[in-house]
Design a protein around this ligand. Structure first.
Ligand SMILES: [Zn+2]
Length: 444
């Protein structure tokens, strides 16, 4: 017991030092409006694990290893602070305080990072991990129950009034774990009934994320036997709409098993989302720099030599030099930066012999930081499917164009496309809403 007390004391010290107590006061203010009357009140508390460890290593360990227990400690301290400082009179019981711990970062150790290629499918502890990946599908924002108030059906029981039975959403829980009609009173065992007017709804969005190396398969000419499995992320409340299809993110989240009879799915409850870029080597080789030096007497010589030497093993020397120069220029202007969206070079080449052109473009595609070779049988633009995780919404899947965001999408021989596809490509090029701005079309 004394352990719990000392941990709570450390929570209070941390909240005081980090400015969390002050923020709690500010967050309570909007709830003080007379018309605001809810079963639970949600507070996000920013947690810097290094600072927590400095205050109390035991509490730091609890935050990182067992965030649900840590959340309960913070919840208890926040309730005491709210009551002691009279921040919010409407809160009557501790269970009405819904605390969400928001991690600022995680320690840079292997046990806190999750490779989406080899994620553990066993019954591991529910602790936060960091992962990086590409968004390939997303749902609309729908509602979920943040919290609900239940009353005992026996009028003699003290639980027939007040806020004794409060249910709050926990990571990995389904809607039926929060709201159901077969809950039983802890005191007398009678059935509980939800007081619907106190239900608190929040926003949620489901996102499919995959290891960014899965893109390598899309640039390949041949179909590979490799398969990548995506993972479902749950974005809630302030995290909704923080991710876009085709972009790369680093996500801190808590993996959880979602039980939906008869299935169990492995998913991640996102805690923080930040845009992410893998590190690419940017070093220019010595021989390349030497070439630049020896050709510096003429402004064209360097480009001419490069165009001549580029892709010599896939095209006959001396031929297609203009196209090769265009391909090089197109590759140079290969950026993800949104501000540079119009700095792209689209290529359309017309020829009677598409074989060498196809080889040249396929070769170039491998050099792009992100290259997607569109398959005629695949979807060029976004497509819809029914969401399998019971959100009642549709899943929007990225087509080749969205997967190529910030990179190059190679269409291949346009002669193989039907008229409606060609029209869609043409209208898509005109409408920046459908095609990501930073897409280039290589048309052989
Ligand atoms: Zn009862």
């Amino acid at each position: 017991m004394s352990d719990i007390l000392s941990l709570k004391e450390s929570v209070l010290v941390y909240l005081d030092r980090s400015g969390g107590l002050q923020r709690l006061g500010e967050d309570c203010r909007p709830f003080n409006e007379p018309q605001q009357m809810e079963a639970v009140y949600r507070f996000c508390i920013s947690v810097n694990p290094s600072d927590v460890i400095e205050v109390d290593p035991e509490l730091g360990d609890c935050v990182l290893q067992d965030p649900l227990t840590a959340t309960a400690l913070f919840q208890s301290v926040c309730f005491l602070a709210i009551k002691t400082l009279s921040l919010l009179d409407k809160i009557h019981t501790e269970s009405q305080v819904n605390v969400i711990l928001k991690f600022t970062h995680l320690p840079p150790f292997p046990e806190y990072s999750l490779d989406l290629c080899s994620f553990p499918r066993g019954n591991g502890a529910m602790r936060p991990v960091s992962m990086e990946g590409l968004v390939i599908a997303i749902t609309r924002v729908t509602k979920y129950t943040q919290g609900a108030r239940f009353l005992c059906s026996d009028e003699e029981c003290p639980c027939s009034a007040g806020f004794h039975h409060i249910r709050v959403h926990a990571p990995g829980a389904t809607e039926s774990a929060t709201v159901r009609n077969d809950f039983i009173c802890r005191i007398c065992g009678s059935a509980l009934k939800e007081d619907v007017k106190f239900r608190v709804l929040g926003d949620k969005q489901l996102v499919e994320m995959i290891h960014f190396r899965a893109l390598d398969l899309l640039s390949a000419h041949q179909q590979s036997s490799l398969r990548y499995q995506s993972v479902t992320l749950f974005l809630r409340d302030e995290l909704c709409n923080s991710m876009r299809i085709g972009r790369l993110y680093r996500v801190l989240g808590i993996p959880a098993h979602v039980h939906q009879w008869p299935n169990i799915t492995w998913s991640v409850e996102a805690n923080s989302v930040k845009p992410w870029e893998p590190e690419y080597p940017h070093e220019v080789s010595v021989s390349f720099q030497q070439l630049l030096n020896v050709t510096s007497s003429s402004r064209w010589r360097f480009c001419a030599v490069l165009s001549h030497c580029f892709a010599l093993n896939v095209a006959p020397p001396g031929l297609y030099n203009t196209l090769k120069l265009a391909l090089l220029l197109s590759l140079v202007q290969n950026r993800v930066d949104e501000k540079e969206t119009f700095h792209n070079l689209d290529l359309l080449a017309v020829t009677t012999d598409s074989l060498i052109l196809d080889r040249l473009m396929t070769y170039s595609l491998q050099l792009a930081s992100r290259g997607v070779r569109h398959q005629v049988s695949g979807e060029m633009f976004a497509s819809l499917s029914r969401d399998g995780l019971g959100s009642g919404s549709a899943n929007i899947h990225a087509g080749s164009s969205l997967l190529a965001t910030g990179g190059v999408c190679m269409l291949g021989d346009l002669g193989g496309y039907k008229k409606d596809k060609l029209d869609a490509i043409q209208s898509g090029r005109g409408s920046k809403r459908f095609i990501p701005q930073a897409i280039r079309l290589f048309n052989a």
